[in-house]
Design a protein around this ligand. Sequence first.
Ligand code: GCB
Length: 608
Amino acid sequence: MRSVALAAGLLISLAVHSQDIIVNASGRDVFSLNGKWNYIIDPYENGYYDYRYEPYDKNPHPTGGYFLDRQPANRWELLEYNFDKSPTLTVPKDWNSQDDKLLYYEGTIWYRSLFDYTRKSGSNRVFIYFGAVNYEADVYLNGKKLGKHIGGFTPFNYEITEILREGENSVVVKVDNKRRRDGVPTLNTDWWNYGGITRDVNLIEVPETFISDYSIQLEKGKGNILTGYVRLNGTQKSQKVTVEIPELNSTNTFTTDEDGVAKFEFALKKLVRWSTENPKLYRVNISAGNEVVEEKIGFRTIETSGTEILLNGEPVFLRGICIHEENPMRGGRAYSAEDARLLLGWARELGCNYVRLAHYPHSEHMARIADEMGIMVWEEIPVYWTILWDNPATYENARNQLTELITRDKNRASVVIWSMANETPVSGARTAFLKNLATHARSLDGTRLISAAMEVHGNQDNPNDKIVEDPFADYVDIINFNQYVGWYDGLPQKCDDVNWVIGYNKPVMISEFGADALQGLHGDSLTRWSEEYQEDLYERTLRMLSKIPQFRGVSPWILCDFRSPRRPLPGIQDGWNRKGLIGENGTKKKAFYVLQDFYREKALEYDK
Ligand code: GCB
C-alpha cells in the first residue's frame, strides 16, 4: 500500500524546455521573488516519484501527485507534506551554509514561494527568471510544470503569462544537487557542491513583442565600427528597432526580418575604448515600439598576434588570479553585487588587471562589476577532469551551459576569454568534445579568445623537462596550462631546474600554480602548510615562468581559501583548500605580497 494518502487529481501540462534567455535581465521591469521560501527536504524524492519510482509528471496518475501547492479545487497533494508549516530558506543563497544539517546534503529539496502579482498591462507578457539553481531544477507555477533546467551556474527563464493569476500565486521548485557521473561537472571535483536557488529569482514583465536579445561589439581591425544584432520575441516580428548611444550622438535604426532579427553595422565618429586603465562604459538604449532596454556597454578589441595578446591593438600582460565563487568571510556561495565587489576589490589590491573565474560560470554581477572596475575576465564552464566524453547527453549539457553563459555575458567588455575545460585527460573523444565546444563558442561569439586550462607532461629521459603538448592546443587562441611544480611535483627548489618545452607560436599563460598554506601558520620555507613555504614557492615559480619566451599572463591558484570535501586534514585543512592568498577570515598571507610586487613590476614593464 502507498504510504501517502492523496486527494483527487488535476491534469498537469507536459514539461516544456527552458526558453531563450532574456539578456540583461536585471535591466528590465523586474519583480523580485528573492526572500524566504518554505522548504521540504526530500532525500527519497517521494514528492517526485510514485511508489513504482515513476515520476508523477511523466505519467500523470489520477491518484499520484507532487507538491501542487495551494490549489483551491481538485488539489493533488501529498498529505504528509505541508509547505505552510515548513521552515524557510533564504533565496538567493546556497542551502549548505544556512543550516548545519544541510552542510553536506546532496539531494532534493522542494522550495515554495507565494506571491501576488498584477500585470501593468493586460497585453504584457511575464517570464520567471532564475539566475542559477544548482544542479537540476523542476519548476512549477500554480500546479503547472514549466520545465526542467539542468546545469547549476547559468540562467534560465520560462514564460508564465497564461498561468499567472491575479492575486496569490505559488511557485514550487524541486532542486536536486546530486552529483552525477554523466553530469557537467561530473562526480569528482575539488569544490563544495553548494545546492539550492543560489542566485536571484525575478519576474520580468515585457510587451507582447519585446527585445529578447542583442549583441553589440567593436569589430576587430576595422576602426570604430560596431556590429551586432537585435532579436525580437513576439508576434510583431518585423519592426523598426533603434540602437542609440546618446553620449556619442549616435542613433541607428534598422528593421527586423520575419524572424525578428536585425543584424547591423554602424560607424562611430569618436569612441573612447574600454581598457583596464580607463574602463569607459557608454549608456546604450535599444528600443522597439514603446520598449526601451538600457544598459552600459564598453567597447574594446581583444586578439592575438603571434605570441602577443593585444587589447585594443596594444600588447598586454594578464596579471591575474583565479577566483572561486565563494565569500570566505560569510561562508558559502557568493551571489551578490557586494560579494563581487569584495572579491574583485581584493584582486585589484593585488594589482590584477585580469581574473580567471573558476570553474563554472559565476554570477552576472562579477562580469558587470569587472566591466566597471576595468578587470579582464576569463569565464569557464564546468567541463572539469573526467567528463563522459563519449556520452552525447553530456556533450549537449556542456554545450547548453556554454550557450547560456555566452548569451548572458556577450556584451561585457571585461570578458575576454571563454574557456572550454579544466585539466581534461587527452584522448580522441575528449579532444573531439572540446573542439566541438570551441567551434560552437566561436559561432556564437567571434570576437573573444578561446582557451582551456590544459596539462603538462613529463619526459622520462629528462625529469626536469616539462612539456606542453595537447592536440586541443591547435584550436585555442591562448595556450593555458596548470602546473604545480613545488607542491604536487617536488619541492619548490625544483622550479629552479625546470626546462619548459612549449612548441607553439601562441601566447602562453599559466592558468594555475600554487601551494597550500594555513594563514597564521609559520615555519621555514620547507615547512609544508606554512605561509613561508607558499611564499617561497611563489617567488621561485614566478622566476621560473618568466623564462618562458611566450609568457603573457598568469592566474595563480587562488585568491581565497575555499571549501572542499577533498581536503580533510585535521587542524590544517578542516575541509578547506588552503591555496588561497587570503585565508578564510579575510587575512592576507605572505605570498599575497610576493605576487603584488611581481605585478607592480609587470605593470611598469608593460606601461613603457
Ligand atoms: C587543480 C584544479 C583545481 C584544484 C587545484 C588544487 O589543478 O584545477 O580545481 O583545486 O588543482 O588545489 O589541487
